[in-house]
Design a protein around this ligand. Sequence first.
Ligand SMILES: Nc1ncnc2c1ncn2[C@@H]1O[C@H](COP(=O)(O)OP(=O)(O)OP(=O)(O)O)[C@@H](O)[C@H]1O
Length: 334
Amino acid sequence: MTATTAPLIEARNVSQRFGAKPDLAAKVVLKLKLAKPTPVVHALDNVSLSIRPGEVVGLVGESGCGKSTLGRAIAGITSPSQGHILWKGMDRSAMSKGEQHQFGLASQMIFQNPMAALNPRMTVEQLIWEAPRTHGLARSTERDAYVDRYLMLAGFDPAMKKRYPHQFSGGQRQRVNIARALAVQPKFLVCDESVAALDVSIQAQVINLFMELRDKLDLTYLFVSHDLGVVEHISDRVAIMYLGRIVEEAPVEEVFRRPNHPYTKALLAEVPRIEPGKRQFKPVDGELPSPINPPKGCHFHPRCPFAMDRCHMEVPVKKEIAPGHLSACHLNDE
Ligand SMILES: Nc1ncnc2c1ncn2[C@@H]1O[C@H](COP(=O)(O)OP(=O)(O)OP(=O)(O)O)[C@@H](O)[C@H]1O
């Protein structure tokens, strides 16, 4: 895989607004002035991100900056208000039904809370077999071997497959969830805070599992996390999000050693350690502004110690400041 390899998946100029389109009933209510219009949330603003085959791209940023919204759009779970999602160069909105179906299987999402994603009335075996059976990925005579293969790939003992999700720990349930996603033979996984709810020791095991699976099954990942340590460990490349925009993007060592954007610098600022131990990152000063009324110009300017007049007015575009290192900051033009 090189920087010139064609992307497996790409978000191109994607914007997502919530509460933007009132339905007919809501329009009537608004016209009669019986209610105020719902405020529009600008969750994503002209976001572009491409992920090459085999890559692990980490997506970080403060809570509410739009990471999950972007993850869902890239995974094909939601359709963006504007812009395009391209799978192997094919625009999702121009795909035939069959192509959309293939894309739906090839791209899977693993969420933070495995219990919410697993039907408590189904056994582990039923949970794993449900989608492959529905999509005709294996014959019913192959069920046992098929289910066992994916459970074993996820590090879950198939001997326990007749049990129900509530009979397992959080880590085991997440393994079931992973096996269920793998059972439709995906090529791309969006992991949205997939280890955040697990104990630290279990987190490490599940992260190692993701890495093993990448090699065994040629997987590509978008790894959404607020945990910078995890992102540094797992990612090839990192994208930093701030209030609906990607402000910096670079290979992982480059982001952590030479952060460029003032927001990235603030996000990566560490609490000084007296003794060696786990790194701790300082919270960024100030608060994330509301995406209902985002600041003009650079979204970060109200919190940026280096903001200039231009930053209040003009949206900075991402520019390459070193090979593969993009940053959207007017300071780079000075
Ligand atoms: N369905 C929705 N309707 C209205 N607003 C939404 C919806 N989904 C997300 N939002 C808003 O969009 C913004 C971005 O949300 P999102 O969940 O993508 O952020 P995030 O970075 O993933 O946050 P967190 O780390 O807390 O999960 C937030 O202000 C959120 O409240």
